[in-house]
Design a protein around this ligand. Structure first.
Ligand SMILES: [Fe+2]
Length: 321
């Protein structure tokens, strides 16, 4: 099957049937070929070609050329991890998750059983996340992508925390501020652990009442964390406002633009990115490119400047995979 694509979508492994100048075929003598190197891509890019026709029956499709950690679901996940990270980076990330586990599980259990916030355990988890992301942020976030049913909340909280720490550092924030971002990421969905299991694991459409309960999680989480006392305002803001949208259509406060606290605008980007690229056993994940495209095409949802910074400092820089 032939498909017309932009030149910047060309990847090694694609079968080029034709090249086009200004949307028209160039010459009848063009010899179709399989792209085998980056040099060939650069040659085409430099030749004023505007679009290319590829045959996806003879080569790879758009977004399929480069191994993506979120391409399918879990099948082959470990193999794809090894194409991006070394075995020691992966085992270091897994070890870190194992060490963060007991602290974070304590935070989740206290919230679920006692409706209380285990401040000290959260602090210990964040310290470990901060130390690991210093050396190995990409691997930690990548390893946390694959989530079994009972690990979803645990690994999502951990990964959003790691994303916020890494994004915060890339924006030049000091380590004290980065710690608050990490803590905010860790507890942003704490209000969700109070929801009935049937709602959390439901795959079909939620009823109006169920939806109402879900939409109450930022406020419930905020109250629970605030009740612990001495929790910094930034952490509470992440909890309460991470579902606000820049155009004022979010919840719970329908806050508009900069009325949404900075930390919550930053959290919204990390939270949605992590959710879109999460791999679950029976659910296809979006690739990094798909997720970014969807987020860029959601005007009114995110802080545009922060989203551009996320794309350049976290994606284009190669931090995330
Ligand atoms: Fe949430």
């Amino acid at each position: 099957m032939r498909k017309r694509i932009q030149v910047n979508q060309l990847r090694v492994g694609m079968f080029v049937e034709d090249v086009e100048l200004g949307g028209h075929s160039t010459a009848s003598q063009f010899n179709p070929f399989l792209v085998s190197s980056a040099t060939e891509i650069r040659r085409i890019t430099a030749s004023h070609v505007m679009s290319v026709v590829i045959d996806i029956a003879k080569g790879v499709d758009v977004d399929r050329a480069v191994p993506s950690l979120a391409q399918d679901h879990q099948a082959g996940f470990n193999g794809r991890l090894l194409t991006v990270f070394s075995a020691s980076e992966i085992s270091q990330a897994r070890r870190a998750i194992g060490e963060i586990g007991p602290h974070l599980q304590q935070v989740l259990a206290d919230a679920r059983i006692r409706s209380s916030f285990a401040n000290d355990s959260a602090g210990s988890a964040v310290e470990r996340i901060m130390a690991t992301t210093f050396e190995n942020a990409g691997a930690l976030i990548a390893v946390a992508k694959l989530k079994e049913k009972d690990e979803v909340t645990f690994l999502h909280s951990l990964a959003v925390s790691a994303l916020m720490v890494t994004f915060g550092r890339s924006l030049g924030h000091c380590e004290d501020d980065v710690r608050l971002l990490g803590l905010g990421g860790l507890v942003h969905d704490l209000g969700k652990v109070l929801l009935p299991e049937t709602i959390l694991t439901k795959t079909g459409k939620l009823s109006a009442e169920e939806m109402e309960l879900v939409r109450g999680h930022p406020e419930r989480g905020y109250k629970m964390v605030a009740a612990a006392g001495e929790v910094p305002a930034q952490v509470l803001d992440v909890c309460r406002y991470h579902h606000e949208k820049i155009d004022g259509s979010g919840y719970p406060g329908r806050l508009l633009g900069r009325k949404i606290p900075y930390v919550a605008r930053l959290a919204a980007i990390c939270d949605v990115y992590e959710a879109l690229t999460t791999i679950r056993p029976y659910k296809r994940a979006f690739s990094q490119a798909e997720a970014i495209k969807m987020m860029m095409n959601s005007p009114g949802h995110f802080d545009g400047k922060l989203l551009s910074a996320f794309v350049s400092k976290m994606v284009i820089s190669g931090t995330l995979h």
